[in-house]
Design a protein around this ligand. Structure first.
Ligand SMILES: *Cc1c(COP(=O)(O)O)cnc(C)c1O
Length: 364
């Protein structure tokens, strides 16, 4: 049995006619930047998340960068985040010459441990970026309360959690700003790079809208230093089609995720993830802990089952962040978990036969 880690081809086949039609219409219209598809997408995103504003942009990384730029994060500022995430979360902080300040993760959700945040707040702290890793949000109420007490902004890195819910509210609508990614393998993916920013703050939204288009408030009139952070119309057209099917895909993801959890909870040597009662996961990755990763990876690979490791090295131990002065042992939970995580094939198009085969191989 040949199994894909994420089956993007099956997904394209399912929506092929609709997607082709919309993409060809964009081509014929020659409206490649901005236009109807972008405004429709922004409306769809705001409606889906329940936010006042949604801005389409060029990637998840740029979404985070634009949020920090709009908050005037600069040299000397500190931004608190987790070391157990994709590099982009901390990279954008460092790119603006501000200082990423890491806080270890919570053992249950692998997300930032809110009980350890206040110790790291100084007079230089400007924002907190919790990451909703693997598709499940962090303890957002507690994080927002800490932020509000210290007058900080909270930016949710929701690049893996678009579509997830926390206490009945959508990820991306849980703090001042929510940033997501439409990288092809994310829960809602386009066919190239893409991202979005959601907020209920209209002033911030209008500032971000300018910054993502060279700081222009009108054509050739520039108010801020900005970037070219726009999404293109072809990607928006694809996303508008895929959003029509997204609720169904979230349901399929939840079902597949729950089946992995139920059937692997008694398996030897592995611990499936815990999804807390007050939230849902979109399982951007289905990631579990294992006692002997090399052995399990080899066993699965022999059965032609692809796996991945998200992420093998926490950010405080990365060469690029050596200058921050962290050392091994500073974030013991992140360090241990990074040695034990393994991600299994996961997509709404994973068939029952494929999943049964994967589960049987792990247990065998
Ligand atoms: C994918 C991802 C990003 C970056 O998104 P891109 O669209 O690839 O730029 C940032 N943070 C996290 C947690 C991600 O998973």
């Amino acid at each position: 049995m040949k199994i894909n880690f994420i089956d993007l081809q099956a997904q394209y086949k399912a929506y092929e006619q609709e997607i082709n039609k919309e993409v060809l219409e964009v081509m014929a219209s020659a409206q490649f930047i901005g236009g109807q598809q972008i405004s429709t997408l922004e409306k769809n995103l705001a409606q889906f998340c329940g936010t006042k504003e949604a801005l389409a942009c060029s990637s998840g990384t740029d979404a985070l960068l634009l949020a920090l730029m709009a908050l005037d994060i600069k040299e000397g500022d500190e931004v608190i985040t987790t070391p157990f995430t994709f590099i982009a979360t901390a990279e954008v902080i460092a790119f603006l010459k501000a200082t990423p300040v890491f806080v270890d993760i919570d053992e249950t959700t692998y997300n930032i441990d809110h009980t350890k945040i206040e110790d790291k707040i100084t007079s230089k702290t400007k924002a907190i970026i919790p990451v909703s890793l693997y598709g499940q949000t962090a303890n957002m109420d507690e994080i927002n309360a800490i932020a509000s007490k210290h007058n900080l902004c909270v930016i949710e890195d929701a690049c893996q959690s678009f579509g997830a819910e926390y206490k009945g509210k959508k990820s991306c609508n849980l703090s001042h700003i929510g940033c997501t990614s439409f990288f092809p393998s994310k829960p809602l993916g386009c066919y190239g790079d893409g991202g979005a920013i959601m907020t209920n703050d209209e002033n911030l939204a209008s500032k971000m809208r300018m910054i993502l288009n060279h700081g222009q408030n009108e054509r050739y009139s520039h108010k801020y230093v900005g970037i070219n952070g726009r999404l293109d119309a072809i990607q928006a057209a694809i996303l508008n089609v895929k959003m029509k099917h997204f609720d169904k895909e979230i349901e399929a993801r939840a079902k597949i995720g729950q089946k992995y959890i139920d059937e692997l909870k008694d398996a030897k040597g592995v611990t499936p993830p815990t999804i807390l009662e007050d939230r849902t996961s979109v399982f951007a990755q289905f990631t579990l802990l294992c006692e002997n990763r090399e052995e399990l990876q080899a066993k699965l690979s022999q059965a032609s089952i692809p796996t991945a490791v998200h992420y093998p090295k926490p950010l405080h131990l990365q060469e690029v962040f050596e200058y921050l002065g962290y050392k091994k042992g500073d974030f013991p939970i992140s360090e241990r978990v990074s040695q034990q995580v393994i991600s299994l094939p996961m997509s709404p198009f994973l068939t029952k036969e494929e999943q049964d085969y994967i589960i049987k191989t792990i247990k065998g």
